[in-house]
Write a new protein. Structure first.
Length: 298
């Protein structure tokens, strides 16, 4: 089969809920024609959605296998799907515990849990002799559906290196662990969240990814050397006003970068704020339609 035939076979298999077959065909395409697939994702929104769904399914299958084997730490290697950074999500029981009450119970998260349950059921029926479904763990849902999507949307735009890193609204830190664990283990990083229960999860991430200079904080205290990279995923300028961290943003030096998920209602105000500081805005594609993903470069 040629590329077009294989691509069509993968998408048809996915639509027919033959998820394992779909992933096998798609992974084969990624091995032989990854550049072509990635080019399609830049040209067509539908191709980006297919790529994202395939990555999510790949992640769920990896999680399911590890849960069946009673693995303590879960590893999802996304290198086959990423464009620039060979990132891997890795987390243990503390991340799952911190997410148990954080996302569990929301309408969106309940819908995501249903998706995972349905995918597990199909895989169990088709490939595991109809064994009883494993419990759907909120941490796995968050990692496979939320963090996978965040990584695929953000990773190509993030710099190869940085002199300092801050995440505003870091949550349990799975995104940060994957990104910093790739190349930034010794980068001074501050992961900020107002919810102190994430402290244990961040501590777990520092151990899992061997992050020697990463710390959790509930606020930006200010440092002599400001970071060169600030990231906020569905938090700063989405849940609260960008001026909350005015001191941090005003401290940034030329060539620094800020990447924000900005709520549509806040785009004009947030852009004007950063332009007043001398930064230039650039929009990047985001699968999450609730936000605009904007880079501000100083």
């Amino acid at each position: 089969m040629n590329f077009n035939q294989k691509y069509l076979k993968a998408t048809k298999a996915f639509d027919a809920k033959a998820y394992v077959e779909a992933i096998q065909v798609y992974l084969d395409l990624l091995q032989t024609d990854k550049d072509r697939i990635l080019a399609l994702t830049l040209e067509h929104d539908s191709a980006r959605l297919i790529h994202n769904e395939m990555a999510i399914q790949f992640a769920l299958q990896k999680v399911l296998i590890q849960r069946i084997r009673s693995a303590e730490n879960i590893i999802i290697n996304l290198e086959p799907f990423t464009r620039k950074h060979p990132l891997a999500i890795s987390y243990g029981p503390l991340a799952s515990e911190s997410l148990e009450n954080w996302k569990d119970g929301s309408t969106v998260f309940d819908r995501n849990k249903t998706i995972v349950h349905d995918r597990y059921t199909v895989i169990n029926d088709q490939y595991l002799n109809g064994r009883e479904n494993l419990e759907v763990i909120p941490g796995d849902v968050y990692a496979a559906l939320w963090v996978v999507t965040d990584i695929l949307d953000l990773e190509a735009h993030l710099p190869e290196s940085q002199s300092g890193y801050v995440n505003l609204g870091c949550g349990c830190g799975l995104f940060d662990g994957a990104y910093l664990g790739n190349r930034g283990r010794t980068v001074s990083a501050t992961l900020i969240d107002i919810y102190t229960n994430f402290q244990r999860s961040i501590d777990e991430q520092t151990k899992v990814h061997n992050l020697t200079q990463t710390a959790f904080s509930t606020e930006w205290a200010g440092y002599e050397t400001p970071p060169s990279l600030v990231v906020s995923i569905r938090s700063c300028s989405y849940l609260y006003d960008v001026v909350t961290y005015d001191t941090l943003f005003r401290s940034l030096k030329p060539e620094s970068q800020v990447f924000l998920d900005v709520a549509h209602k806040n785009v004009a105000k947030t852009t004007a704020y950063f332009e007043s500081l001398g930064a230039h805005a650039k929009r990047h594609p985001r699968i999450n339609e609730d936000v605009q993903f904007i880079e501000f470069r100083f």
